[in-house]
Structures are given as structure tokens and as C-alpha cells.
Ligand binder design. Structure first.
Ligand code: 5GP
Ligand code: MG
Length: 180
């Protein structure tokens, strides 16, 4: 495993992200929605350094992939708080193809919030397959599989305080695995 972003680099990045979010919303109340499970670390760190009144909720997604073929995105909105007429900020770990975040935005829109913005910790360069972009991107990273700070491989490594890349020798040979 190689370290791509240290704990300190992440802390500085999250502080900068919070500064930008504070500038956009000022003292207006915001409803923060974390996309489970990958956003847990960013969600917990970010909400402690934002200045406006906050409500916090979560939504869960999972997409099942078999090899390179992507299949359907499942969204579980049963824990979503009431967001009608609220300013919603979605938080996710990584913007890769973009299908997850654009699917969640479409689902959230049905609950008629006043506005929807999104913030991600990481964006993988050159991978996007959708036209939407997150409003806030903390770090741009190369196209490598990353783990730590919420991101998993087979549900492991989420607790690591840094972001690392797994080398092919660390990866299991399973041809079907779940990302969430
Ligand atoms: P997208 O729908 O943008 O392709 O992918 C978004 C989701 O796929 C992320 O929320 C994350 O759960 C998963 N994902 C994409 N790239 C990576 C990666 O490099 N590492 C890990 N652990 N998950 C990833
Ligand atoms: Mg995710």
C-alpha cells in the first residue's frame, strides 16, 4: 500500500473546503446529507468546522459491478430527513464516473429542496461519464483505486486516517465486488 494523501494533507484540504462552503452559504441554515458509507470521515470532520446552523442526515447507495460492466445504482432514502424547501449539501467520498452523485441528485430533487449542491473529497481525473460536476472538490487524484478515510476495499480499510492506493498484489482476484 502507498500513501497518496497524509492525515495532515487531508486536514488542510477539509479546512479549505469548509472555508469555501462557509463563503457560499454564510449564516444560512444547510442540510448536510452524507452518502453512506464512504462519506463518514469527511462528514464527521466537515460538520465540525462549518459555521452555519446545520441539520445532518444520510442516504445510502450501492452499485454492484461485475468486472468492468456497471449495473444498477440502488438508493436507500429511508433515513433521509425532510428536505423540502431546504438548502441541501450532498457529501461524498469520491467522484469517479459520476453516476452515483448524479443519481442521488436526481433522487433528492424529487423531495423538492430549495437548492442542491455537492462536495466530494476526491475526484479522479478523466473518469467522468456524466455532465454534472460537484460544486466543491477537495483533491484531484490520478485514476488509481484508493482506500482509507471512509473508502473501502471489500469493507476493509475505511478506518484509516489517510488515503492510500492498493497495488494489484493487495487486490483479491474476485471478479465481482460491491462499491458503496
Ligand atoms: P461513481 O458512481 O462516481 O463511479 O463512483 C462513486 C462510488 O464508487 C464512490 O462513492 C465509491 O464508493 C466508489 N469508488 C469509486 N472509485 C473508488 C476507489 O478508487 N476506491 C474506493 N474504495 N471506492 C471507489
Ligand atoms: Mg460511495
Amino acid at each position: 500500500m502507498k500513501v497518496l494523501l497524509t492525515e495532515e494533507e487531508i486536514r488542510d484540504g477539509v479546512a479549505e473546503l469548509a472555508y469555501k462552503i462557509n463563503e457560499v452559504y454564510g449564516k444560512e441554515p444547510v442540510t448536510i446529507i452524507g452518502i453512506m458509507t464512504g462519506s463518514i470521515m469527511l462528514l464527521a470532520d466537515l460538520i465540525r468546522v462549518l459555521n452555519m446552523p446545520l441539520r445532518v442526515g444520510v442516504i445510502q447507495t450501492s452499485s454492484y459491478r461485475s468486472g468492468a460492466v456497471r449495473s444498477e445504482l440502488y438508493i436507500n432514502a429511508s433515513m433521509l430527513p425532510d428536505i423540502e424547501n431546504r438548502d441541501v449539501l450532498l457529501i461524498d467520498d469520491i467522484f469517479d464516473t459520476g453516476h452515483t452523485l448524479s443519481g442521488v441528485v436526481a433522487a433528492i430533487r424529487e423531495n423538492r429542496p430549495r437548492s442542491i449542491r455537492s462536495a466530494v473529497l476526491l475526484r479522479k481525473t478523466g473518469r467522468q461519464q456524466v455532465t454534472m460536476q460537484p460544486d466543491f472538490v477537495t483533491f484531484e487524484i490520478p485514476d488509481e483505486f484508493v482506500i482509507g478515510y471512509g473508502l473501502d476495499y471489500c469493507d476493509e480499510y475505511r478506518h484509516l486516517p489517510f488515503i492510500g492506493t492498493l497495488e494489484s498484489s493487495d487486490l483479491r482476484s474476485a471478479d465481482s465486488d460491491q462499491h458503496a
